[in-house]
Design a protein around this ligand. Sequence first.
Ligand SMILES: Cc1ncc(COP(=O)(O)O)c(C=O)c1O
Length: 383
Amino acid sequence: MIPFVDLKAQYRSIKQEVNAAIQGVLDSCQFTLGSEVAAFEDEFAGYCGVRHGIGVNTGTSALHLALLAANIGARDEVITVPFTFVATVAAIYYTGAKPMFVDIDPQTFTMDPAGLEAAITSRTKAIIPVHLYGQTADMDPILAIARRHGLVVIEDAAQAHGAEYKGRRAGSMGDLGCFSFYPGKNLGAYGEGGMVVTDNLDFTRSVRMLRDWGAEKKYQHVLKGYNFRLDGIQGAVLRVKLRHLEAWTEARRSAAAVYDKLLAESGVPTPRAIPHRRHVYHLYAIRTGHRSEWQHSLQSQGIETGIHYPIPVHLLPAYSDLGYSAGDFPHSEHAANEVLSLPMFSEITRSQCEEVSSAVNRLSRQTSYSAVREHMARTPCSY
Ligand SMILES: Cc1ncc(COP(=O)(O)O)c(C=O)c1O
């Protein structure tokens, strides 16, 4: 069996460190926020190359509070992509603003800046590029357009811890960056977690208050806030894991290089890593027009895969009120029909990558032989 993600293998490799860190929180009884969370905020902000980090309970809350700190609310519009996890769009809804979409670039699965300017209206207040699968969006043109129109840029870096764009870290390029520490993420908590990072002191103050009932001091509620605090145990676990993140990221990149090389022989479309961007391979998604057969066959050979994501947000029943229909964002829709994520985690072995690649190459060959056979059967013999 080759799992899609192996959290147990990672836990085994850091068991002593993590257990000691959790014990420290139990001994201190600092169960929400506290010194471990404060230290992790500083360390993770430093890792991203920004001044401030504010820990929250989930990546979704990070996006929600980043939008509120930027003063976004009813009657505003926020532009993002439909090919993302639903949370990006849900967070916009929570503020009362209207999500607007632009299509993705099919090579990178991230926001196509070419479509951005046309989506801007007098109500547009912010842009949320999503660094999907671990590769950043094309930030320079996005930031230039945002600057021209006076828009806030909030990076959805939930899948992109440590990813880089021209030497700048994910989360440090926009006005605010939002991360998720969901257990399966490249930096995952042992429960839920998220963070907003920013260089801006006003945004920092607002997010800090909003995550803790809008209070400046205990019982002095300045803003209408939320209970979105990060747990002490998660802060302690994440501090331990952050020390390993670079090694784990390099292990993911090596595994991706093995897949790239071995899958090249059958010509299966593999992820396109753009020069001057550091892809951190949260996911390794190939494309196939025969996805359900391939997924089924791989499963029967003991290889787990995933689909991220089968339905673009503009076609989800929950968001039918936005009034979009099939055909509105063709690159997102094609991607949603074709992407298939192969097993990818830091502890994956070379032989596991080889086994997965052989199985995919066999499927690719079988698919092309049967396509040739079907074509020949349809083509009349001319002699
Ligand atoms: C792109 C993206 N945005 C936002 C989120 C939301 O993060 P969380 O699950 O921590 O709320 C996720 C998590 O899956 C994600 O992948």
